[in-house]
Design a protein. Structure first.
Ligand SMILES: Nc1ncnc2c1ncn2[C@@H]1O[C@H](COP(=O)(O)OP(=O)(O)OP(=O)(O)O)[C@@H](O)[C@H]1O
Ligand SMILES: [Mg+2]
Lengths: 277, 308
């Protein structure tokens, strides 16, 4: 357990130390809020900024978590993973460290966005909501941490990973309703959003953070926090269950993949090969 | 002799390619043991297998009585490793690297400070403690790695080419640490090198070539067994010298300025010359080197390592 926390602390330090990246990851979301907020104007929504904020905050949690939990790939190419693997720590705690780092740092980043959002008029009525928000962010963090580590362990090389991660996260982010309301998308894309786990994370998080849990179903559907699939309505609660399933699956898969990876195959890094060239 | 590393009939294949071919050897506790051999001999492969990073193909490998395949965790606890390529966490500071290592190896919390100070002192990097690893020079990074490999007080320290690419001064320093640790802490040192002069310092040297151990002994014995001392004799009276050497069945090579004679022992030669010292004007004796040993056994020169 100490190892898990130590690894988490390390990733956190690295995240805070990389100033340009840190600043970008805070500024970008606000830039998006500014650009996209006009799209969200419709008769049901009195405060599009809050809606945007909630969506973008959770999309940021998704993005940061994924980046942190998959940073394992950098540790493989830098050689540091070898130091970890030759020590008597279990691979399980290494994977655990990556998951926790992802969830914690993702949540922190998401919270910074919401705090910035307070200046833009974001409000909650009950202090309990703040707790729910944090819990929801941590939850979403863990859900996608497994996904991140899974991508990292299955692609194995930094270059491939960058391509794969772009090809997967970009569409996931934009087809989730976080930036662009699902209703404004062409029909085909709307169908795709139903297969995107981030859609459910966005819906669930909006219902929690904007305190819309008690609204009538009809209105929830209009606001996009409950999702109609045919005759079936995915309420925020069901969204949470979907996420739980998705998260559990990938935490399991990535842990298994990570435990099984034969790192000896990767030990011949570029540096090693040219050493004597 | 109390062997801390025991390797029997170890073979490692990468697919069809045999990198290490049925080798057996032992390393005595508290000694400095070196693998000497050219590129691709299988040195790193053997070290990586002993360190539990690679899986063996065949054979038994034990460290401190524990099997490296079935008791991985036990083995990991009792070894420290400095790999051929850097495994430092470059994003973190020197101190953070050491602290993280202490967590991995469960160094008791109250000892951590003391040990960090000790190992940094040893490799003379105390002032660099709070610097980011990426800001260090190559030689300093190597020293940090050695410090890190030691901080949990392993029984055996593996060093895969610890000095390759370092300047002569840093090399000499690193050797000071190695010898000091072996003497003071009784840590067994297992290292690989391309440098002959480094191999000379070791208690035991195994010469590897093409995945096999072709010789394994103390440097002194190796030289005794495989090389002859070379005497270079200059003379004003060549006929007399030649007659003398022939009379004692000593083979010689005539060069423009001198005669070269390979001798089994220097005293023997002196005895031969003893009666007629005035035949020679000058005599110089060169001892056999490990390079000669290598040449003798494999028929080729070992390539001296690094950028030197
Ligand atoms: N992961 C690997 N996959 C395939 N072949 C490998 C692998 N690692 C090493 N080899 C091969 O095994 C042989 C031995 O390699 P090894 O790294 O053990 O040599 P070495 O003695 O350490 O050489 P050097 O002095 O260059 O470090 C080489 O021919 C190398 O090409
Ligand atoms: Mg090697």
């Amino acid at each position: 357990m100490k190892t898990v926390f130590a690894l988490c602390q390390r990733n956190l330090k690295d995240f805070v130390r990389n100033k340009p990246r840190l600043i970008l990851s805070i500024i970008f979301p606000f830039f998006f809020i500014y650009v996209f907020s006009s799209i969200f104007q419709n008769e049901y929504i009195e405060n599009p900024i809050s809606l945007m904020l909630a969506g973008i905050a959770i999309a940021t949690v998704f993005d940061v978590t994924l980046r942190i939990s998959s940073s394992t790939i950098d540790d493989m190419s830098s050689g540091f993973m070898k130091e970890v693997l030759v020590s008597p720590v279990s691979r399980l705690s290494i994977a655990g460290g990556q998951f926790l780092s992802g969830a914690v740092i993702g949540t922190m980043n998401g919270m910074i966005i919401l705090l910035g959002g307070v200046l833009l008029g974001f409000r909650v009525t009950s202090p309990l909501t703040v707790l729910y928000i944090i819990a929801a962010m941590v939850f979403v963090g863990f859900v996608f941490a497994g996904f991140g580590l899974f991508m990292a362990t299955t692609t194995k090389s930094t270059q491939t990973f960058q391509v794969v991660s772009m090809a997967i996260t970009m569409p996931m982010t934009f087809l989730s309703g976080a930036y662009i309301p699902v209703g404004d998308l062409p029909n085909v894309l709307q169908i795709i959003t139903r297969f995107n786990p981030l859609t459910y994370a966005v819906a669930m998080f909006r219902s929690v953070s904007l305190e819309w849990g008690g609204l009538p179903l009809e209105q929830q559907i209009h606001l996009g926090v409950s999702i109609e699939i045919g005759n079936f309505v995915v309420t925020p609660m069901i969204s949470a269950l979907i996420l739980l399933g998705f998260g559990a699956l990938f935490l399991l898969l990535s842990t298994l993949a990570f435990m099984r990876t034969d790192f000896s195959k990767m030990s011949r890094s570029a540096g090693d090969a040219v050493d004597w060239g | 002799m109390n062997p801390i590393i025991e390797v029997q009939n170890f073979t490692k294949r990468y697919g069809k390619f045999t990198a290490v071919d049925d080798i057996s050897f032992q390393v005595e506790e508290g000694s400095i043991f070196a693998f000497l051999g050219p590129n691709g001999a299988g040195k790193s492969t053997t070290i990586n297998t002993l360190c539990t990073i690679f899986e063996k193909t065949e054979g038994t490998l034990r460290i401190d009585g524990k099997d490296v395949s079935t008791q991985k965790n036990e083995v990991r606890k009792s070894i420290g490793v400095v790999f051929q390529d850097s495994t430092l966490d470059k994003k973190m500071t020197v101190e953070e690297n050491l602290r993280m290592h202490c967590v991995f190896y469960r160094v008791p919390k109250r000892e951590v400070e003391e040990r960090i100070a000790f190992v940094l002192e040893l490799v003379e990097l105390s002032e660099w403690r709070r610097k980011r690893v990426s800001a260090l020079s190559g030689g300093m990074k190597r020293r940090v790695e050695i410090a890190r490999g030691l901080i949990h007080f392993p029984k055996v320290l593996f060093l895969d080419e610890p000095t390759t690419g370092l300047d002569p001064q840093t090399r000499a320093h690193i050797w000071e640490y190695i010898v000091k640790l072996q003497k003071e802490k009784n840590i067994t040192m297992f290292l690989t090198t391309h440098y002959m002069d480094e191999a000379e310092i070791c208690n035991q040297v195994a010469i590897m070539d093409g995945g096999k151990i072709v010789a394994n002994d103390r440097p002194f014995e190796l030289k005794k067994q495989y090389t002859k001392d070379r005497a270079y004799i200059t003379t004003e009276r060549p006929e007399e010298l030649e007659r003398l050497l022939r009379a004692h069945n000593l083979e010689f090579v005539q060069k423009p300025k001198y005669y070269r004679v390979d001798v089994d022992s220097v005293p023997g030669l002196l005895q031969v010359l003893g009666d007629q010292k005035d035949v020679i004007t000058d005599l110089e004796v060169k001892k056999g080197t490990l390079n000669d040993v290598f040449l003798e056994i494999t028929g080729k020169e070992i390539r001296e390592g690094g950028e030197s």
